[in-house]
Structures are given as structure tokens and as C-alpha cells.
Design a protein around this ligand. Structure first.
Ligand SMILES: [Zn+2]
Length: 122
């Protein structure tokens, strides 16, 4: 299951970003996942908490935004969104392999806890 290795590298990326931000914990991870990324969302959601164990990311929510496949259709001269599993333009029926979007697998943001309110002076 390659989703586990993907989850492990995600956790690595997120941990590094969190460290750089001086955070001790991550509460949420935002991810863009393309329909053609080759990653099974459910499998990734399953693996993520396992990969996050004993890291700063442990217990973080994984918020996945799915990016649909968009192809550039030459005859139509525009970007089109084919039906699931299809590489044909829904307007003219021409096949296209010009993928405009849909291969994404990227962390778009992380959430860290709000800083503790400063201790009040006595
Ligand atoms: Zn077309």
C-alpha cells in the first residue's frame, strides 16, 4: 500500500514546517489531492494517523480537498472536465492527454494551536 509511504512523507513535510514555525503540535493539515494523483483518499485517511504517531502531527485532522481532473481540449480550445474515468472532452468527444489539473498532491496549509495567552503580571 503506497499510501503509507505517502502519509509518512506528508508527516515529515508537515513536521518540518511546524518546527520552522516554532509550533509544538499540529492540529490540522490541509491537502489538495488530484483525482489523477494515483492516491486513494480513503487509504490515505486511514494511513495518516498511523504515520503521525509519535510526531508533532499526532492527532491532527487531515482535511482533503479533492481536485477534479481537467483536460485541455484542442478542438474546443478550452479546459474541460471529463466524466470520471474518461479522457474525452464532454463537448466534442475528442480524447485528450493534456492534463491541466488533477495530479496534485500538496500540502496547502497546516494549523497549529493558538499561542498560549501571555501570563498576566501579578
Ligand atoms: Zn472538446
Amino acid at each position: 500500500m503506497h499510501e503509507l509511504s505517502i502519509a509518512l512523507s506528508l508527516v515529515e513535510i508537515v513536521e518540518e514546517a511546524a518546527r520552522r514555525a516554532g509550533a509544538e503540535r499540529v492540529v490540522a493539515v490541509h491537502l489538495r489531492l488530484g483525482a489523477m494523483s494515483g492516491v486513494v483518499r480513503e487509504a490515505l485517511e486511514f494511513c495518516f494517523p498511523l504515520a503521525a504517531q509519535h510526531t508533532l502531527v499526532e492527532g491532527a485532522r487531515l482535511e482533503i480537498e479533492t481536485v477534479p481532473l481537467v483536460l485541455a481540449c484542442d478542438p474546443c480550445g478550452r479546459d474541460v472536465q471529463p466524466e470520471e474515468g474518461s479522457f474525452r472532452c464532454p463537448f466534442c468527444g475528442a480524447p485528450s492527454m493534456h492534463i491541466r489539473q488533477g495530479r496534485e498532491l500538496e500540502v496547502t496549509g497546516i494549523e497549529v494551536p493558538d499561542p498560549e495567552p501571555a501570563m498576566e503580571e501579578r
